[in-house]
Design a binder for this molecule. Structure first.
Ligand SMILES: Cc1cc2nc3c(=O)[nH]c(=O)nc-3n(C[C@H](O)[C@H](O)[C@H](O)COP(=O)(O)OP(=O)(O)OC[C@H]3O[C@@H](n4cnc5c(N)ncnc54)[C@H](O)[C@@H]3O)c2cc1C
Length: 270
């Protein structure tokens, strides 16, 4: 299907991108285009102007921070994440999870920023960011602000990035002896997640973020033991959706399974 007519701008700086977004209510950032172009083709959204972030090289950087953490530019692609020595050094779970997303074409184009800004509840990265305690940096005409991952995801396709704003980077703390894990049940190999879970385990305590069971990742804390994690998922009284891929009851059951697997995976790495 052909796209509706849409304006196109390709700014050379973050300031210009923010100005273009702020000047036009109907303007939307274009990152890898792997979600937004499909959404436009399906006529589910019709932005007036696409502000293409492709020339903003500052947003593609992946680097260690001074205190041993990791900064991911919003325009870093999954392929960059998978091959980054800094990611492998600081939070290798990101490379492991990025390698599970779709296929090589999507991984070459899709970006960290696009993945979390679209906040499709079945996406891989939102639960990872929540469990890992990431911080998002958002820029607007009024300046820069930081939002924790726990406060970033507001609803299906809704995040703390407001009109006229841009996510510029995501910062993750150093592991410092903790371990990260991830587990998912997908539709076929490397397919869309039916239920997923990310876990960060430190000193016998697990932070577990469940994906696909609510509009935003559901964060739980439990002792890092199989039974305790399953009980915490049960106590969270999640109300997942039912669809052709699984009933609510099946997703509730899977949530406990993947949470326990993610914690076991994190313990191996800690
Ligand atoms: C066949 C296929 C299978 C897929 N399977 C999976 C999967 O299993 N798991 C998974 O996680 N994803 C999957 N995806 C989605 C893919 O990961 C997308 O790349 C991702 O969701 C969006 O990233 P993008 O860079 O393409 O963003 P875009 O599509 O360009 O943008 C997505 C949204 O985010 C906004 N946005 C982008 N960057 C910024 C920014 N810096 N600041 C503010 N807003 C911004 C855009 O305006 C838009 O609303 C799949 C995609 C395809 C085509």
């Amino acid at each position: 299907m052909l796209l509706s007519e849409v304006g196109y701008a390709r700014p050379a700086s973050v300031d210009d991108a923010v100005r273009l977004l702020a000047e036009n209510d109907g303007a939307r950032p274009l990152a890898g285009g792997q979600t937004i172009v499909n959404v436009m083709k399906a006529r589910a959204a019709a932005p007036d102007v696409l502000v293409d972030l492709a020339d903003l090289d500052d947003l593609r950087t992946i680097a260690k921070t001074g205190d041993g953490g990791l900064e991911l530019g919003a325009m870093a692609t999954y392929s960059q994440v998978i091959t980054s020595a800094d990611v492998k050094d600081v939070r290798p779970i990101l490379a492991d999870v990025a390698a599970q997303i779709a296929d090589v074409q999507v991984r070459n184009r899709g970006t960290v920023g696009g993945n979390i800004c679209s906040n499709d509840p079945t996406n891989h990265l939102p639960p990872v960011m929540v469990a890992a305690g990431a911080t998002m940096t958002i820029v607007g005409t009024g300046g820069e602000r930081e939002v924790s991952a726990g406060e970033f995801f507001l609803g299906v396709y809704m995040t703390a990035v407001g009109p006229g704003e841009l996510l510029t980077k995501v910062t993750l703390p150093a592991l410092d002896g903790a371990g990260d894990g991830f587990a998912a049940i997908t539709i076929g190999a490397d397919g869309t997640c039916i239920v997923n879970a990310a876990a960060t385990v430190s000193g016998g305590e697990a932070e577990v973020a469940l994906g696909c069971v609510s509009a935003t990742p559901v964060l739980l804390t439990a002792a890092a033991e199989d039974e305790a994690v399953r009980e915490a998922v049960g106590a969270a009284a999640i109300d997942p959706p039912s669809d052709v891929h699984g009933s609510a009851d099946y997703r509730r059951h899977l949530a406990a399974v993947v949470a326990a697997r993610a914690v076991a995976d994190a313990k191996e790495g800690s």
